[in-house]
Design a protein around this ligand. Structure first.
Ligand code: SAH
Length: 215
């Protein structure tokens, strides 16, 4: 599962150059008993399997000792939904430790003792936490210095000013009878900027009025 799509394109080039590093730990290496079990049935009954406390703690402690100041995150739909603001904070950290897997849940005692911050990537359920971890890492890595070719493009991106981005156009000038808004080909940068801002506000009001409440 890792690096998966993070081994390609911008993130992949940066990984190869050593701009960021990825270290993966296999829970199975910390399994218990003859079958290296990592999970067990939930106390109190019910569906699915729960990641064992002892297994997860061994895996976390082998990866991240007591002096490690990196945030420890657990991918989970119960977490606070991820925002660009939180991504920016995580970029400033010395790295992150991410716990992810395919479980009904992990033993709550580990969340408490190892201070795991639950992070959700949205209000829907995935079959596993790995794609969620990939998404989180992708969002962080692209903000690392030197990863994106055009540094300024990150600043006008959706969410950076609590606004969705304006519409884009390129060649051909006429496509299926539709033209490009005249202002964009006028060469007047001031007018282009105000048109884009206007469109951003319009779009945000229509699709994500919740974002404007925070401005
Ligand atoms: N029983 C859990 C869901 C388990 S889904 C609950 O109701 O909260 C299976 C795995 O995918 C879990 O390890 C979970 O952490 C991960 N996962 C599912 N949806 C996710 C989301 N929106 N964000 C982050 N991780 C998610």
């Amino acid at each position: 599962m890792f690096p998966g799509s993070l081994g390609m394109s911008l993130a992949g080039n940066a990984l190869e150059k050593g701009t960021w590093q990825l270290e993966t730990t296999n829970l199975r290496d910390f399994g218990k008993g003859k079958h290296s079990n990592v999970d067990d049935t939930p106390a109190g009954g019910g569906a699915g399997m729960v990641l064992r406390a002892d297994v997860l703690v061994d895996a976390i402690d082998a990866t991240s000792n007591t002096e490690d100041t990196r945030p420890r995150l657990l991918m989970s739909p119960r977490g606070k939904p991820l925002t660009q603001e939180r991504v920016r904070e995580l970029v400033q950290a010395e790295g992150v430790v991410i716990v992810c897997g395919r479980f009904e849940g992990v033993d709550e005692r580990v969340i408490e003792t190892r201070e795991l911050e639950e992070v959700s990537i949205g209000d829907y359920i995935l079959s596993g936490g790995e794609p969620a971890a990939t998404i989180l890492l992708d969002a962080i890595v692209r903000l690392l210095p030197g990863v994106m070719g055009n540094e300024t493009s990150g600043e006008t991106e959706s969410f950076e000013n609590n606004l969705l981005e304006h519409p884009h156009y390129t060649r051909p000038a006429i496509f299926e009878g539709k033209t490009i808004p005249e202002v964009l080909t006028s060469g007047n940068h001031g007018k282009v900027d105000s048109w884009r801002h206007e469109k951003s506000v319009e779009l945000t009001k229509k699709r994500r009025p919740d974002l404007l409440k925070d401005v």
